[in-house]
Design a protein around this ligand. Structure first.
Ligand code: ADP
Length: 204
């Protein structure tokens, strides 16, 4: 079975692409959701976060205040790396468990991850697919989707890997600047392609 990582900057349309693949019956591991669940519910992880970032990340009822944690790490790359070092190994463990329950008839499975390259997740996979869109389009989509300001989206975009880097690192790209019907056709194309691919690990 082929494992393909899907990534892209905020508002590029990676979740939309994944939901189109999901409609075709392909299993998807949602790494970002798993990471959030781990941060929220794993007591050992919470303690490690407190040890690294102090009590300032807790609210008055001693629960993790994710908003404060996000503010701290998004302003400081070193602290972001520290948080990722706590969370990502657990995400990988969860992924290994998830892989075990995949049906044997499954030809390919997808992994949606905003941090596919930064986290090193891509090294566990066969191929990567980057969803790319123009900055203006992304800003418009995210301000509509999340009711956040243009400044907030732009700040988030600056924290993320650039489009140029994504184009260089990824095996495949989907340009998503057009209509949803165009996006659907592109997903159909890649679905057909992915059904014919062999793992590069099997070729080596
Ligand atoms: P990401 O997961 O990369 O942050 P999403 O897939 O959530 O991005 O897309 C951001 C928003 O833009 C969503 O509300 C989605 O429905 C919308 N969207 C994505 N692609 C298109 C498109 N081609 N045309 C119109 N709206 C789109």
């Amino acid at each position: 079975m082929i494992l393909i990582g899907v990534t892209g900057g905020i508002g590029s349309g990676k979740s939309t692409v994944c939901s189109l693949f999901e409609k075709k019956g392909n299993p998807i591991f949602f790494a970002d959701i798993v990471a959030k669940e781990i941060i929220n519910s794993n007591g050992v992880v919470l303690q490690e976060i407190i040890d690294s970032f102090g009590n300032q990340v807790l609210d008055s009822s001693k629960k993790l205040n994710r908003k404060i944690l996000a503010e701290i790490v998004f302003e400081n790359k070193k602290l972001l790396d520290e948080l990722n070092a706590i969370v990502h190994p657990r995400v990988f463990e969860s992924f290994e468990q998830w892989k075990k329950q995949l049906p044997s008839k499954c030809v390919y499975a997808l992994i949606e991850s905003a941090l596919l390259f930064e986290s090193g997740f891509f090294e566990l996979l066969d191929y990567s697919l980057a969803v790319i869109a123009n900055d203006d389009e992304r800003i418009m989509r995210v301000t509509t989707r999340d009711s956040v300001s243009v400044e907030q989206v732009t700040a988030r975009m600056k924290q993320q890997i650039s489009t140029e880097e994504l184009l260089e690192l990824s095996d495949f790209q989907i340009q998503n600047n057009g209509m949803l019907t165009d996006l659907s056709s592109k997903v159909n194309f890649f679905h057909t392609l992915f059904c014919t691919l062999t793992s590069p690990k099997a070729i080596e």
